[in-house]
Design a protein around this ligand. Structure first.
Ligand code: GLY
Length: 382
């Protein structure tokens, strides 16, 4: 995908706003772990809940800044978080399918960018924990813990990245096979014929038969939780990138077509833009956004554009740019004295008020990743 000078200039201008913002946050926060700010200040999520699934995104953001600026302060703060997470990795209890999110944006990025040997070991531990959650009868990586033995969720496609990395790193294909089996089961049971996705599939853990598809973090069963659709856009594209298999690119494009048409319909409503709602099938009122879904989808759309022939890629690339520009114009706080960039994310449609229409650290991470990839198209973070 050739990025025009005009788009590069736009990305450079946004990057030039990201750097002072994250630099000030890094000076304030260091190796504390950002999640949702309260009154413009992040607390330390690591003190409250070290295995929490989002705890890799603050260091991941710092690694992006390290990549884009070369400033060692980002590396040092990110590595400090990675070291803190060792307690969660060794403790095991409380870990879940999102070990891929957590250690891809910490240890894998550290190893990719610096070659630091202990990070490779941490990432391989995490990959083994994730592969250990694979159910060979149902052919899926189980989500969450406790009695949810047959649960597969669309978000988990993003965790597959650490498995592809582990196979490349060890030259052992087992991790890749687990990832591909899981992606195939997601196509079978979570991808709907119209290109939208279920958030959750409850499978019979002994046979893999689909039993139920609850609404999960969306509006209701059968609705279309926007962040779930975004995880599918990016997640299937990542599997296509790592395997070269056409069926994953087809799946990514199918969800992307649904996402783009739903978003363009939504953006045409009075007062709305290309920043998506929490659920594409929720009522138009109240006006509830999930800016994180937009940022994640933009990253996925950029990858689909890259994996598609030039003439076909433009559709995805333009949609990604529309989302990023609308996010920057209407939803970004560039004041370095306040924590968080992207405003109005949502943990879930039915989340409590302190988790609804709030900044989420992963929105900042994916927004920054998309902008940096416009400047460095060869960057692969997943
Ligand atoms: N992985 C959970 C979420 O997207 O909220």
């Amino acid at each position: 995908m050739i990025i025009s000078e005009k788009e590069q200039k736009w990305a450079q201008e946004v990057w030039d706003r990201i750097v002072p913002k994250v630099s000030a946050e890094c000076d304030r926060l260091g190796s504390k772990i950002a999640y949702i700010p309260v009154n413009g200040r992040y607390d330390d999520k690591g003190k409250e809940d070290l295995p929490w699934w989002t705890n890799g995104f603050w260091p991941g953001l710092l690694w992006l800044l390290f990549k884009g600026t070369g400033d060692a302060k980002y590396r040092d703060a990110a590595r400090g978080v990675e070291e803190r997470l060792d307690e969660a990795l060794a403790g095991y209890e409380g870990l879940h399918h999102d070990v891929g999110f957590m250690w891809n944006s910490t240890a894998v990025l550290d190893f990719k960018f610096t070659g630091y040997a202990p990070s490779r070991v941490r990432a391989l531990h995490a990959a083994n924990i994730l592969a250990g959650r694979y159910n060979p009868r149902g052919r899926f990586i189980r989500a969450w813990n406790l009695d949810r033995v047959g649960w597969i969720i669309i978000d988990c496609l993003m965790n597959l990245s650490i498995l592809y990395w582990a196979s490349d790193e060890t030259k052992d294909p087992r991790f890749r096979y687990v990832a591909m089996e899981h992606a195939d089961t997601a196509i079978r049971h979570l991808l709907r014929p119209d290109g939208s996705c279920n958030h959750i599939g409850i499978l019979d853990p002994d046979t893999g038969d689909i039993l139920e598809t609850p609404g999960g973090q969306g509006y209701a069963p059968g609705s279309s939780w926007t962040r779930g659709q975004a995880w599918a856009v990016y997640g299937f594209a990542i599997s296509a990138f790592h395997t070269g298999e056409r069926r994953y690119l087809n799946a990514a494009r199918q969800v992307a077509h649904y996402f783009i048409s739903a978003l363009y319909r939504y953006a045409a409503l009075p007062g709305r833009s290309f920043v998506p709602p929490i659920d594409f099938r929720a009522p138009d009122e109240p006006e509830l956004y999930d800016s994180s879904a937009g940022a994640i989808a933009a990253c996925g759309l950029l990858l689909i554009a890259e994996l598609s022939p030039e003439d076909e890629g433009k559709l995805y690339f333009d949609a990604a740019l529309n989302i990023l520009k609308a996010t920057e114009e209407k939803f970004c706080d560039w004041d370095p004295s306040r924590d968080s960039i992207v405003q109005k994310g949502a943990e879930a449609y039915h989340a409590k008020a302190d988790r609804l229409q709030v900044p989420l650290i992963y929105a900042d991470y994916f927004f920054t990743e998309a902008v940096l990839r416009l400047l460095h198209p060869d960057l692969k973070a997943w």
